[in-house]
Design a protein around this ligand. Structure first.
Ligand code: MN
Length: 328
């Protein structure tokens, strides 16, 4: 028997979900010695129906990723709002009689959703996975207690988050899933194949933290920084709030290999309520996002336009900060 587990690639919650499900399957469905488990990561490029060739196991499961109507899908767990992007998918799910397909868009992490569901319905003992479940909930729910935790990434779980996000594909995460379901996270970060990969990634992370710190300035509640003179990968969005706990918003201009970008964020630890819909602000410049975080992207040659638009956004947020200050 071949068990195929499809999981959200490059994502701590995706890998942890696969680990929880694998452990459940091993314990409750009694895998035989000759049985095999195959893992495959899925990424959000496009939103069309998932291709049928993914379901090449004797038993197929999807965790932390959108639904598929394919009859070969045996188990499904997801917590995304956008789990049913194609016509007929949601109705197919609602009509399911297998009792093995589950969706909860209010769950902060798919990992905890799976653990809770398997515990309640199938008597699965989740206690040995408590550490993994706890951290998946913090990471996927962005429930970090303070900016230092979210920026320094000193806890083993957060180091694993960093290395997982930087390592999509078949080389690393499938092997890691096997360890996530067996070992304490502090032991996993010091395994040679993990430590070797983590070392340079963590170092690079700390360099970017230093770069942002050296550029960031705060004025009237808004942090601004511009690192578009360099080509960087993703930048941890919490760095400005560790530097300036009194900041309300951040506006940043950056450049990746193919796009220039304005990122707009709000301080999740700021004591008073956010008064802006940042997605709405970004939409005015052709971007989008969520109320608490938004972005606008530009062709890589249009950094100057990104800089000019960022200045406009900074001014608007500062004016509102000023008005709110005068009102109190
Ligand atoms: Mn998730």
């Amino acid at each position: 028997m071949r068990l195929k587990i499809l999981y959200h690639d490059g994502c701590f919650d995706g890998a942890a979900s696969a680990a929880v499900f694998t452990r459940f399957y091993r314990e409750k469905r009694a895998l035989a010695a000759q049985d095999t488990i195959a893992y495959q990561g899925l990424s959000h490029a496009g939103s069309g129906p998932l291709p049928g060739e993914l379901f090449d196991g004797d038993i197929n499961a999807i965790v932390d990723f959108r639904y598929a109507t394919d009859a070969r899908l045996n188990w499904w767990f997801d917590h995304h709002v956008s789990s049913f992007p194609n016509p007929g998918e949601e109705a197919h799910f609602r009509a399911d009689k297998s009792g093995q397909k589950f969706h909860d868009p209010t769950a902060k992490s798919c990992t905890r959703f799976i653990a809770r569901t398997l515990e309640e319905r199938f008597g699965f003992d989740t206690a040995p996975l408590a550490e993994l479940i706890h951290w998946a909930e913090i990471i996927d729910g962005a429930l970090f207690p303070d900016p230092t935790t979210a920026v320094q990434l000193e806890q083993p779980a957060l180091k694993l988050m960093l290395v997982i996000e930087a390592s999509p594909g078949p080389d690393f995460i499938p092997r890691l899933i096997g360890d996530l379901m067996e070992r304490p996270l502090a032991d996993i970060v010091s395994l040679p194949y993990v430590a070797a990969r983590l070392g340079p990634i963590y170092e690079r992370h700390l360099q970017i933290v230093e770069l942002v710190r050296s550029r960031a300035r705060i004025d009237r509640g808004v942090v601004f920084y511009d690192v578009a003179d360099q080509t960087l990968g993703s930048i941890n969005k919490f760095i400005p709030y560790e530097l300036f706990p009194e900041a309300r918003y951040t506006v940043a201009v950056s450049r990746g290999p193919s796009r220039a970008k304005i990122s707009v964020g709000s301080n999740p630890w700021f004591p008073t309520r956010r008064t802006h819909d940042l997605a709405r602000i970004c939409e005015r410049f052709g971007g989008g996002g969520h109320p608490v975080v938004g972005a606008v992207s530009y062709p890589v040659g249009e950094v100057e336009r990104a800089r000019a638009d960022a200045e406009t956004i900074v001014r608007q947020l500062q004016d509102d900060w000023e008005r709110a200050r005068l009102a109190t």
